[in-house]
Design a protein around this ligand. Structure first.
Ligand SMILES: Nc1ncnc2c1ncn2[C@@H]1O[C@H](COP(=O)(O)OP(=O)(O)OP(=O)(O)O)[C@@H](O)[C@H]1O
Length: 285
């Protein structure tokens, strides 16, 4: 049935998480079969560059890369149906390509979601054993980060792959893809309702966006400096003189979420207060 697009830097842990997801979905399907619930007749189909015979070299040449995307798209087109989960485990780093994938799902009136496997470039380089380092650097530069506000990247789930406490959000994925009705084919032309009515979702999303911006800043600049979170609102994080790890940031995020989940902070204040919280935490670290 639905399409699940993974996206992330090379060697960021996408396959590791995609395989975990495959197992978790298969377990859910089995459970649905036992209790005769929705989802019981689904199948999971997994595609990756490896299964599709796409080599890393394809990303060194724009024509080959175009062919590789064509390959990925045809596999999705062929397998996408109302009773198949199709997992596409590839870089999917081009916004326009994710848009094409979204259109495929919309075309067969089936839901889709994007899973962003977030990992610093340094960690990817450390974990890497199959890519040319220079190519990793180039692909990280070209990477067009998923944005949960775009309909083609939504719903967006972010997984921080080098955080040992990170969990697969299987309940949320199942909810989004199986229990919710698929959008009508023309939903894209309708005005999108604000997502502000779900406070916890917003808390999760906005704090994750702040983390992504900080990590991006660290990837692109050297240590220190100011990570711009929102220029219009004058929101910055002053980075310390030592590198901040994803794990550290993720811990701050968890604490902030647990401190705020029972309070009803105005949604527009989530990001500014989180930025303030991070600045304070980094100062005291
Ligand atoms: N949390 C982790 N801790 C340590 N090593 C990890 C972790 N996650 C992944 N790795 C290692 O990093 C390497 C890349 O992982 P994986 O294949 O899952 O990434 P990928 O994003 O699918 O890579 P590619 O872009 O090549 O498809 C593997 O050697 C894997 O064992």
């Amino acid at each position: 049935m639905p399409l699940i697009t993974f996206s992330g830097f090379p060697s960021s842990g996408k396959s590791t998480w995609a395989k975990k997801l495959q197992v978790a979905l298969e377990e859910r399907i089995l459970k649905a079969q036992q209790s005769d619930e929705v989802g019981k007749n689904y199948k999971v189909i997994y595609h990756s560059d490896e299964t599709l015979g796409i080599s890393h070299d394809a990303y060194k040449d724009s024509n080959l890369e175009k062919q590789a995307r064509g390959n990925q798209l045809s596999a999705v087109k062929r397998d996408l149906s109302r009773t198949n989960f199709v997992i596409l485990d590839s870089l999917a780093y081009i916004k326009g390509f994710r848009y094409q994938l979204f259109c495929e799902a919309k075309g067969v009136v089936t839901p889709h979601c994007v899973i962003h496997v977030l990992c610093s470039r340094e960690k990817c380089l450390e974990w890497n054993n199959t890519w040319d380092e220079e190519l990793i650097n180039q692909l990280c530069m070209r990477y067009e980060e998923p944005n949960g506000d775009s309909r083609w990247d939504s719903p967006l789930f972010t997984i921080v792959s080098d955080d040992e406490n990170e969990k697969l959000p299987i309940d949320e994925i199942w909810d989004a893809l199986v229990l919710k009705r698929p959008p009508p084919p023309n939903a894209a032309t309708l005005v999108k309702p604000t997502s502000g009515n779900n406070f916890l979702q917003e808390l999760d999303k906005q704090t994750q966006q702040v983390l992504s911006k900080i990590l991006q800043h660290q990837q692109l600049s050297s240590i220190g400096g100011r990570a711009i979170i929102d220029k219009d609102q004058n929101l910055y994080v002053d980075m310390p003189a030592v590198a901040v790890t994803t794990g550290q940031l993720q811990r701050m995020r968890r604490t902030y979420i647990s401190l705020n989940r029972m309070r009803s902070v105005d949604i527009s204040r989530i990001t500014p207060l989180f930025v303030e919280y991070i600045n304070r935490s980094l100062e005291n670290d």
